[in-house]
Design a protein around this ligand. Structure first.
Ligand SMILES: [Zn+2]
Length: 105
């Protein structure tokens, strides 16, 4: 793989969505190519910073209702099988805010 080919795939590599053979080729190239390795390190850093900097978010009830409404309309079911709770990544807050406990009854 050439440098341009590798760089084309670096974003996907950082996100972990490359196919196995491609990922292996990219990694092999990175071992031998300091330039692409630097580029890859920066991308990886950017990807994790981005993930951690997402603000916590609640889905507003009207939006949730409209999503569920569309689900009902398209599936033909009056009610979805279970109530769907939409959640957005809340880094580091699961353990403190979660009140979920396994049902023992
Ligand atoms: Zn290279």
């Amino acid at each position: 793989m050439t440098c341009p080919e590798v760089r084309e795939r670096l974003a996907e590599h950082a996100l972990g969505v490359l196919s196995r053979p491609d990922a292996r080729e990219v990694e092999r190239h990175l071992e031998a190519c300091p330039g692409c390795r630097k580029e890859s390190a920066e991308l990886l850093e950017g990807a994790s910073v981005m993930a951690m900097s997402l603000p916590p978010a609640e889905v507003p009830a009207p939006l949730e209702d409209s999503i569920l409404g569309r689900f009902r309309a398209q599936s033909g079911h009056a009610h979805p099988p279970t109530r769907i709770r939409l959640r957005v990544l809340r880094p580091g807050r699961w353990s403190r805010t979660s009140s979920w406990t396994p049902s023992t009854s």
